[in-house]
Design a protein around this ligand. Structure first.
Ligand SMILES: CC(C)(COP(=O)(O)OP(=O)(O)OC[C@H]1O[C@@H](n2cnc3c(N)ncnc32)[C@H](O)[C@@H]1OP(=O)(O)O)[C@@H](O)C(=O)NCCC(=O)NCCS
Ligand SMILES: CC(=O)OP(=O)(O)O
Length: 327
């Protein structure tokens, strides 16, 4: 990870004794990261799962659990209280029987720990899909006031330390113009949280009307709304990627823009573009991808890519704790 981002997150977390829950306790990468955190003491890791299965996974991978805290939802003293709270939070959408079943799933249990303050944040998704990982948080932790859609950004870090925010790469398959505008403003806030001065480009296959299509109109409308939502923000669209990032192209395609040619926060028009876009930058461009970092939730829960390494898990936990520290 870029030392700047990690150092910034570390500083935000130091001395705060924040706890992060890891629901995928039998995964080697999760265990490695949790053990490392337990030894270092910057944050307090809590691992979920059946204790015998976790011990077996540790033994098979030559890992020493030490005094790592492990909670087995099936035998935890908070289980009954969580069932009651779950039913109350779901307001008629799930029964007590549903709650008892769903809380056997460690992602739901971890989210309830965050919701009830027993943990400050959660990191999961090394094994499960994004949908299965984040649905419990969407259902129980919900969005912050004023935010209608949770979304996910990747911070892309190049070899020379250059940093870009790509959004939404993780959650919303499509967005309406108003929602896209909100995601653009939230993404700028996330950029600021990690020390990036945001210049936000709403991306399209068109620059300032060079192509005509309803999809282009939607991005242009989102740019207009986002300027109204955050008048002090440097934000513009619709822009093609080359106009957004390259000053020479920008001077030809969008000479009057205060963002074109210098954008560092890229808002993709839908999830196909965003998810493919970040993986191209990562796999062909050699950029390190940090995230997805979820934004807009009432408490920090972060997803991992299933292709993550133990280092990614370790770092995502620090990022998650830094989001908790900022609340
Ligand atoms: C996120 C996702 C799983 C939600 O899908 P879903 O569970 O079928 O969605 P539903 O419409 O049933 O919503 C489930 C709950 O989450 C809420 N929700 C869904 N998307 C949300 C969002 N973006 N922000 C806030 N809440 C959201 C719904 O309001 C609903 O809440 P409720 O149960 O209290 O009514 C789905 O949008 C998805 O699969 N996205 C793509 C994930 C992915 O594969 N990314 C690529 C890899 S990172
Ligand atoms: C973020 C992401 O694309 O996750 P995965 O690779 O697990 O689908």
């Amino acid at each position: 990870m870029s030392s700047t981002i990690l150092e910034q997150a570390r500083k935000a977390v130091e001395g705060k004794e924040l706890s992060i829950v890891f629901p995928e306790g039998t995964d080697k990468r999760i265990l490695e990261a949790a053990i490392r955190h337990n030894e270092e003491g910057l944050i307090k890791p809590i691992v979920l799962g059946n204790k015998d299965e976790i011990q077996k996974a540790a033994d098979e991978n030559g890992l020493n659990l030490g005094d790592l805290e492990i909670i087995d939802p099936a035998n935890d003293s908070h289980f009954d209280e969580f069932v009651e709270k779950f039913v109350e939070l779901r307001k008629g959408k799930n029964t007590k029987e549903d709650a008892e079943k769903m809380l056997q799933n460690t992602n739901y249990y971890g989210v309830m720990m965050v919701k009830t303050g027993l943990a400050n944040g959660m990191v999961s998704g090394a094994v499960g899909t994004t949908g299965d990982t984040i649905r419990p948080a969407l259902q129980l932790i919900k969005t912050k006031p004023g935010v209608s859609r949770v979304s996910g950004v990747m911070i892309m870090v190049g070899d020379n330390g250059e940093q870009y925010v790509f959004s939404d790469v993780a959650v919303n398959i499509t967005l309406e113009a108003q929602e896209m505008a909100e995601v653009a403003v939230e993404s700028a806030n996330t950029a600021k949280l990690f020390g990036i001065d945001p210049k936000v480009a709403l991306l399209s296959f068109s620059t300032k009307g060079s192509a005509k299509h309803e999809l282009v109109d939607k991005v242009a409308e989102a740019a207009k709304i986002s300027k109204e939502l955050a008048p002090d923000l440097a934000i513009d669209g619709e822009l093609q990627f080359d106009a957004a990032i390259d000053p020479t192209t920008a001077s030809k395609k969008a000479p009057d823009s205060n963002v074109a040619g210098q954008a560092n926060v890229f808002i993709f028009p839908d999830l196909q573009a965003g998810n493919i876009g970040y993986k191209i930058a990562q796999r062909l461009g050699g950029f390190k991808a940090i995230g997805p970092i979820l934004q807009g939730l009432n408490a920090p829960v972060n997803d991992l890519s299933r292709g993550c390494s133990a280092d990614d898990v370790y770092e995502t936990a620090i990022i998650t704790a830094s989001q908790a520290a900022a609340e």
